[in-house]
Design a protein around this ligand. Structure first.
Ligand SMILES: NC(=O)c1ccc[n+]([C@@H]2O[C@H](COP(=O)([O-])OP(=O)(O)OC[C@H]3O[C@@H](n4cnc5c(N)ncnc54)[C@H](OP(=O)(O)O)[C@@H]3O)[C@@H](O)[C@H]2O)c1
Length: 246
C-alpha cells in the first residue's frame, strides 16, 4: 500500500518498538496517531517527529479500555478524515513461574496483550471495511513459537495474537482488501522486562542481556517492509531473531 499520507494508529508509541515505528513510518510520509498512557512521552515524540518534517498527533489512551480506543479512532478521523492502518503494538511481559501464582500479572497480560488487540480491531474495523482497504499489524513475538522460562502466560498471549492475526487475514484480506501481518521478534533491547517482579526470572534475564539483541529500529524496519508492499501482497508473518539467539 502507499504509506505516503496514510493515517496510521500506533499503540504503545511512548517507547521501544512503537516509538521507533512511529518515527520510521512518519519519515516515509505516514501521518501517525500516537497512542499509549504516557501523554508526556507522546508529546515529546510528536515534537521530534514534526521537527523531522513528519506529521503526528497525540491520542492518549489505555488499550484495555474500549471507550479510550473508540475516542482515539474518533480523534484520528476528526483530525485527518480517515484511518488506514492500525498497529497493535502495546504489550507487557511480567514473566514468572506459574507456581508463584502471580495471578494479577496474568490478568494484566491477558488484558493488554490479547484484549487490547481485540479492542483495537473492534474500534477500527468498521472504518477499514468502509474504506475497502487498509492494513492491521499485530506485534506478537518469538514467544508464539516457543516457550521460554517464566513465559507460560506471556507465550500463550502471543500465540493468541499470532493465531488471531491469521484468522483476521483469512476473513478480511480476500473479501475486504485489508491486509494483516503478525510480527514475531526475538529479544529486542527495550523496557519490556521492566514489569518483571519474579526474582528468579530477573536473574535469568540478566544472563540473556549479555547477548547482542535486536534494536527497536530492526522491528520498525520489518513493519515498514510489511506495510510498503503492493496491495496484492500480504506479508503474513515476520519472524526475526537476533543472530546470537538460539
Ligand atoms: N522487547 C522484546 O524483546 C519484544 C520481543 C517480542 C515482542 N515484543 C512485543 O513488542 C511490543 C512492544 O514492546 P516493547 O518491547 O517496545 O516494550 P516497551 O518499551 O515496554 O513498550 C511497551 C509499550 O506498551 C505501552 N502500553 C503498555 N500497557 C498499555 C496499555 N494498557 N495501554 C496502552 N499502552 C500500553 C507502553 O506505554 P505506556 O506505559 O505509556 O502506556 C509502551 O509504549 C509488545 O507487545 C511486546 O510484547 C517485544
Amino acid at each position: 500500500m502507499k504509506l505516503k499520507n496514510s493515517v496510521v494508529i500506533i499503540t504503545g508509541a511512548s517507547s521501544g518498538i512503537g516509538e521507533s515505528t512511529a518515527k520510521k513510518l512518519s519519515e516515509n510520509g505516514a501521518k501517525v496517531v500516537l497512542m499509549a498512557r504516557s501523554k508526556d512521552k507522546l508529546e515529546t515524540l510528536k515534537i521530534e517527529i514534526e521537527d523531522n518534517g513528519g506529521t503526528a498527533i497525540v491520542a492518549p489512551g489505555d488499550v484495555t479500555n474500549k471507550n479510550d480506543f473508540k475516542s482515539v479512532v474518533a480523534t484520528a478521523v476528526d483530525h485527518f478524515g480517515r484511518v488506514d492502518v492500525l498497529i497493535n503494538n502495546a504489550g507487557l511481559m511480567p514473566l514468572s513461574f506459574v507456581k508463584k501464582l502471580k495471578t494479577d500479572e496474568w490478568d494484566q497480560m491477558v488484558n493488554v496483550n490479547i484484549n487490547g488487540v481485540l479492542n483495537g480491531v473492534a474500534a477500527v474495523l468498521p472504518i477499514l471495511i468502509e474504506n475497502k482497504g487498509g492494513a492491521i499489524v499485530n506485534v506478537s513475538s518469538m514467544a508464539a513459537h516457543r516457550y521460554f522460562p517464566g513465559g507460560a502466560v506471556y507465550c500463550a498471549t502471543k500465540s493468541a495474537v499470532k493465531m488471531f492475526s491469521e484468522g483476521l487475514r483469512q476473513e478480511l484480506a480476500p473479501k475486504h482488501g485489508i491486509n494483516v501481518t503478525s510480527i514475531e521478534p526475538g529479544a529486542v533491547d527495550t523496557n519490556l522486562t521492566s514489569t518483571i517482579t519474579d526474582e528468579d526470572i530477573k536473574e535469568k534475564m540478566s544472563e540473556m542481556q549479555k547477548m547482542e539483541t535486536l534494536k527497536s529500529d530492526d522491528i520498525a524496519n520489518a513493519i515498514y517492509y510489511a506495510l510498503s508492499q503492493p496491495e496484492h501482497v500480504n506479508i503474513n508473518d515476520v519472524y526475526l531473531v537476533p543472530s546470537e539467539q538460539k
